[in-house]
Write a protein that binds this ligand. Sequence first.
Ligand code: ASP
Ligand code: MG
Length: 603
Amino acid sequence: MARERDSVVSVIVQKFGGTSVANAEKIRHAAMRAVEAKRRGFDVVVVVSARGHKTDELIELAHGITKNPRPREMDMLLSTGEQESVALMAMAVHELGEDAISLTGAQIGVLTDTTHTRARIVSISTERMKELLAAGNIVIAAGFQGVDSAMNITTLGRGGSDTTATALAAVLNAELCEIYTDVEGVFTTDPRVVASARKVERISYDEMLELASLGAGVMHSRSIEFAKKFSVPLRVRPSYSDGPGTLIAPETDEANSIVTGVAFVRNEALITLVGLPDQPGVMSSLFTALSGAKIPVDMVVQNVGREGFANVSFTVAEDELPAAMRVVSAAAETLKVQSVQQTTELSKVSIVGHGMQTHTGVAARMFQILADSGINIRVVTTSEIKISVLIDRTRCSDAVEAVHNGFGLNQPTRTLPDIGRSAVRIGSSRSVDAEVVADIVSRLEGMESILVSDVSADTQQSRITVTGLPDDPGVARDVFAAVGEGGVLVDMIIQNVARDGKASISFTVPGEDLERSLQLLRPFSDAHKETLVTSDRHICKLTIAGIGLRSHTDVGRRVFRTLATHHINVQMLNTSEIKLSIVIAAVEAERALKILRSEFGLP
Ligand code: ASP
Ligand code: MG
């Protein structure tokens, strides 16, 4: 769609990371990109990081003087790295014959809170940048830094330049935010583990966020959250070549493939609370304790309780295990838990892709692939676009490779239209309406404080639980092969750790498919006499969607506290990077929706 170039000039933000501005030659090269974009007709804002390992060196320098530098002085020191880069970059642009002006965070007007060394942006003023752009300058902005209301220099936390770049792109309503870095783009999995990993052409924000462990090396999650919130198309590209990189943008209907990527976390430890009283308030106490101790919890699983007791499991990074065990043991006493168990040497492997929302049998296929490799599944959780399994660490690489190739991610895929390359074609995904800009700016105040973006309730689903399953490879495959064969779209899947050698799996299916699903399972349960299949027609699946659910452990605490206060029992629970799914009784649906929406300030 052609833009009205005479009324509004398209803004492009280009961010160059530390390695892309490491020396004079690289700075010149980066400056050339900015100049090219300018000559193609864009208004160009360049965001730069500190050169090479500058930030690390500055930190080391400080630690050579004191073990406990005051955070304010640390920020004063660290911000110099970016200040050096912007000045050099501006000079390089001048050499190429264009006008450029470098600005510090304070000069741009990046206002943050007062939390030194990990400040959060409160607002950004666009006036000065706009004036400079209108006067024909390339604006060179220092990444990673801001200023608090008392004019103290602050920094946004390591990797914060990505955040600066996406935030500036949002407030300037930029057509595109290019992130120049030292990799080709986002890969279908870690190429160091699977040699046949391929670069992804296009990926959605949610997929990228759910692939956190893959994306982490490429971009700061917080900046993707920003981009999603304000629909900023991001293109991660190599700075050393003309490679088109990967476009991170809103999802489209034409999915590339069912699965976009395979992520893994090698060092996970699992904590299981056995025999938790299955009543309101229990999860709330547990999460209050964990959140109070600032322990990031990853995968949380609770399968349906039996005889008034439930088992809850969650994973933490293995090095957090001792701290987490201390918190949990203390909480377990008050909660009258039967026992607390820990399992180490585990890895989490996840497949992510929008395609699984509409394709049946994706879970069955993943479980089939793992069974074929003789890999036992310990725990399963899902979100709409992600299936995660916990397996033995010794099999992590095998599992990643098998699943990756099993879903055909090693095969060349159709090239998708490239929407981020020229001034004419881009722009269709964002509106430049003045009202939209005003809205973004007004929402900036809470830009980083919005935690939960939506709470929804689905009462059209039913729950099926299969208990007494042998804890062997292939069991999950058999269950889902049976249901998948009938074309039933399975949604939420939960398998908690086996107890006494027996596993149990719960999953939800559309209400109208319940009877059929139960019939499909009959041959399986007939063949396995020790299993028991139960179901519940009247459940409600609550989904709490958010950005930064993991970095803000507080969300879980607030959700559980709110439900507990209103005596709503959590029957099943499942988490991913961006979703918290909870099964409650269907009769509580409306009440739960209302109280949670009001808790998170949603209309
Ligand atoms: N220079 C800062 C760091 O190394 C910010 C950044 O590079 O994004 O963390
Ligand atoms: Mg960086």
